[in-house]
Write a protein that binds this ligand. Structure first.
Ligand code: NAG
Length: 308
């Protein structure tokens, strides 16, 4: 009897020590338990970011690691990751960011080039691009993110209220330290299968980082989870799994961005293309009409010549 208890305890102890030193919130982390358990993430050649694995890893470190891994031909975001083009805020995509030691974005980013711009606390460009003398006075905080999710088709009825509760719950449980009170509203449109989640924190709050949560969710939906266990983001509604097929993240900063003009969105580009095509078609019609006229003129001239 005693022997059994001892054996069970021993197994538990072994299991615990083997499991203890790992990074639940980052699948690419390397952990060493020599003096004490410490995990890091490679974000450049010989550049290690130390991680706090009981919290979400800062987005700045994650982007840096992604750029580094891509440059080394390591797995990054390739599987299943179709980029949506309709996001109007972060349409610059990924770059190699400069991070503070605590993982915050530096206000000014240059992606290792001479061209620089200012970002918000989510690392998203909020000014026009300039040269390397550009001054970004401070890092402007993103205090509100809107997550626009689209779920896959489900069989049967989906109760809107239960869905909203399930989404709030999933955010609270999955993305660590995420207070339910920050989920400001969840709206659901059944017809388009769209869920719009507004996550807000009080202006001035520097404790919670909305960008990290949004980035984890983006990866969950578009590529693969960043979590070590690879568990999927699938809120349960009435014992039905709700799988997501798309996500769009909108950022709202404590101060309005200072773009001199909004980037040309797809819609405007389409209009410009149509106008250009119309003008070209018009020119072509004119050209051929003129040519036909000339031909007629030439023939007339020829006949006149023959008559002479
Ligand atoms: C940053 O540079 C990389 C190449 O080093 C490029 O692929 C990427 O598009 C750049 N990102 C931005 C936002 O300029």
């Amino acid at each position: 009897m005693n022997m059994w208890i001892a054996l069970v305890l021993a197994t538990l102890a072994v299991g615990a020590s083997a499991q203890d030193c790992s990074c639940g919130t980052m699948k690419w982390a390397t952990c060493e338990d020599k003096p004490q358990c410490a995990c890091h993430l490679l974000v450049g050649n010989n550049d290690k970011a130390m991680l706090k694995c009981n919290d979400l890893i800062p987005k700045c470190f994650l982007m840096k690691a992604e750029m580094y891994r891509a440059s080394k031909g390591l797995d990054t975001r390739t599987i299943g990751g179709k980029q949506t083009e309709d996001a109007f805020v972060d349409n610059d995509g990924i770059y190699d960011p400069d991070c503070e030691t605590d993982g915050k974005f530096r206000a000014k980013q240059c992606n290792n080039t001479e061209e620089c711009w200012c970002v918000n606390s989510a690392g998203v460009r909020r000014t026009d691009k300039g040269d390397k003398n550009l001054v970004c006075e401070k890092l402007v905080e993103t205090y509100w993110v809107r997550l626009q999710l689209k779920h896959k088709e489900v069989t049967g009825e989906m109760d809107a209220n239960k869905l909203k509760a399930a989404i709030t719950d999933a955010i609270n449980k999955r993305y660590k330290n995420f207070d339910k009170s920050m989920v400001d509203s969840v709206d659901y449109d059944k017809a388009s299968r769209t869920i719009v989640v507004d996550v807000k924190k009080p202006k001035g709050d520097r404790q919670t980082n909305l960008a990290n949560m949004a980035y984890y969710m983006e990866k969950d939906v578009k590529v693969l989870p960043l979590f070590k266990d690879q568990g999927k983001f699938e809120p349960m509604v009435d014992n039905k799994k709700l799988e997501m097929e798309n996500i769009l993240v909108y950022y709202v900063d404590e101060e309005a961005p200072t773009f001199t003009m909004k980037n040309l969105s797809g819609g405007i580009i389409a209009v410009i293309v149509v106008v250009i095509l119309a003008v070209l078609a018009g020119l072509a019609v004119l050209f051929f009409a003129r040519r036909r006229q000339n031909q007629r003129y030439n023939k007339a001239q020829q006949r006149e010549m023959e008559a002479m």
